[in-house]
Design a protein around this ligand. Sequence first.
Ligand code: SAM
Length: 406
Amino acid sequence: MRILDFYSFICLSEVVAGATQDTICPLSPFDRSKESVCADPAIPHDFDTSQLFQNVHDENQKPIGDQSSWTGPEHCVNETCIFANEELGGGMVVLTNRYYAERVKSLPRVSESDSATPPPFYSEEVPGKGIGLVANRTIRKGEVIMVRSPALVAHSGLIVRMEKGAREAFYDSAMSKLPTPRREEFMNQMGEGVHGKIETNCFQLYIDGGKKGSSHLGCYPEISRFNHDCRPNVHYRLSNLTHTTVAVRDIAPGEELSISYIDLLLSHADRTQRLSKWGFQCSCAQCTAGANETAASDARLKRIAQLKADLETFNHTVVTAETGAELVALYHAERLDSYLGHAYTRAALNFALFGDEDRAREYAAAAVDALEREMGPGVADARAMKVLAENPREHWTWGKRRKEKP
Ligand SMILES: C[S@@+](CC[C@H](N)C(=O)[O-])C[C@H]1O[C@@H](n2cnc3c(N)ncnc32)[C@H](O)[C@@H]1O
């Protein structure tokens, strides 16, 4: 049995480029190489509207805006139409078919008031990267920086398939539905025309939990000013349509705020190749380090991949109680601050399997702290780790099967 099978009870989502998997299955903003993780692009044409609210309707959650504040469908090209809401987050347009529009309308409302106020950053030109966000005060690890709803949500497949001329007119019409400040914010983003801005700045979302054809792009104009760093100091998560950014380490005044656009566990060569698809060469400290440092980092990343594979195999004799601790130490050495939740989780479970009570408690408590920062307060994975931290001996993994090597 692979240990991953029972991890999946606890870790509902695997870390995918710094995001969590939810009603929307988010990937990195730009990392289209991972599309197959969530869905393939086919659109459900015949759908039963009685099923629309099945997964997302919750009596206690207000849907995303008053239904009457939505306009559309308008300007339909084949099945793709414009739906707009001037009230939400300063204005939102949704370019999709009727099925997904209904899903979007039923998602919970975003509470932008959870953002840090006044903003703990300013924007300025950063050498070699265009505009970026810079801290205007110390930002503490765990602080929520921004909570935002998108200005534009577009069905990736439908937009790509649209004939270019029709698409331009469609975009013009969509932009006209946004209130002027929101439209200006959107149009100020990097990229040529609306399509270029979508390609450069938007995050991949999977409405409908990754079901076939549910891939959309969500554009958050303020978030799009975050530059990429291979060892970012800010983590983002997407839940429903809400984009939340959180500091993963203390950030000093004057330091640039960064997120990652790609999977951070890739080697230097793979990261470079991945980022080149979006037309830039990464100038972060990790990518511009000397040859020796780059080789040492790549060696650590290789070892991380090996340890993760070993830990996933239930009866693996290579694994000792210390394997998880080594994994966590490597994550720290690599400054993978946005991925610590799962590293600590793996280590805590491994200590429990070996019957080491103190270390299971210690690592499970650290996992709770990291998971809540990365995935949000009270997330199921963190709750599961809390149970382990409180009483390792009662945990179902306690002392099970895995034995120290003689
Ligand atoms: C989402 S935008 C980020 C904000 C952008 N700098 C601006 O002026 O609006 C992504 C673009 O920023 C630039 N960029 C982001 N991170 C970078 C990095 N680490 N190194 C070099 N350029 C970067 C690239 O041009 C990239 O296509």
